[in-house]
Design a protein around this ligand. Structure first.
Ligand code: PEP
Length: 255
């Protein structure tokens, strides 16, 4: 089954403007010369770097930039927020929605994610919707129900055409920034469950064509084993995306 392979780097709140530009330049030239064809690379820098990075990536087919979040509103009196349409006008093609750090530190719910996905799609952005269980939820054993609820609340109202434009990232919260990675088998189990959910709620076509990324302490050493799993189409990478060599090696592992 041919699905788009993606490796995305979430810089979070790291790198000042000059540092961000030089990291992006390094990554772009390394990925351009070394990466296998057919892998999409997406950089998610802090908002203020977006326009400059989009200019660097202009004309490079395999390299895209995106926002780490967007508002659930189209415009208006929402101090500090950034509309999906603004991201688009600054050169973004993608946006992260429902990242666990937004859920954890900003109280974001999956229903907020649903509203943000609508804004992203209306603006012509590809949303990457993040789901995943906490350590307690995994140990409690009901983590698949938790993930199914996140999928239902975030994506359940989309129609099939809209769902066809969404990417999903499975990011177990206990693996983000902790150095603990889900084993390839643990990740595959959840990816297969997510694909089953897509099949039941949309169609076999949507299930077969939706890219599902794994995130949670992906590094140059563990990426290939994760990406080799049947339902893992790439990665959403935090810490290791801040080093051009490591990040490029992760992109190269997605063949
Ligand atoms: C992330 O921020 O989405 C992430 C997976 O971070 P890390 O790779 O550092 O665990």
């Amino acid at each position: 089954m041919s699905r788009l392979k993606i490796v995305a780097g979430n810089w979070k709140m790291n790198k000042d403007f000059e540092e961000g530009l030089s990291l992006a330049s390094e990554i772009i030239s390394m990925v351009e010369t070394e990466a296998p064809s057919g892998v999409q690379t997406i950089l998610f820098p802090p908002f203020v770097h977006l326009h400059a990075l989009a200019s660097l990536a202009k004309g490079k087919q395999a390299i895209h930039v995106g926002g780490q979040d967007c508002s659930m509103h189209p415009s208006g009196a929402y101090t500090g927020e950034i509309a999906a349409s603004m991201l688009r006008s600054a050169g973004a093609s993608h946006v992260l929605v429902g990242h666990s750090e937004r859920r954890q530190y900003h109280g974001e719910r999956s229903s907020d994610g649903a509203a943000k996905i609508q804004q992203a799609l209306s603006a012509g952005l590809t949303p990457i919707y993040c789901v995943g269980e906490t350590k307690e939820e995994r140990l409690g054993g009901a983590f698949e129900e938790v993930i199914a609820a996140q999928l239902q609340e975030g994506l359940g109202n989309l129609n099939e055409v809209q769902m066809g434009q969404v990417v999903i990232a499975y990011e177990p919260v206990w693996a983000i920034g902790t150095g603990l990675t889900a084993s390839p088998e643990q990740a595959q189990e959840v990816h297969a469950m997510i694909r089953g959910w897509l099949r039941n709620h949309f169609s076999a076509h949507v299930a077969n064509h939706t890219s599902i990324l794994y995130g949670g302490s992906v590094n140059a050493g563990n990426a290939a084993a994760l990406f080799a799993m049947e339902d893992i189409d790439g990665g959403l990478v935090g810490g290791a995306s801040l080093k051009s060599r490591d990040f490029t090696d992760i992109v190269k592992a997605n063949r």
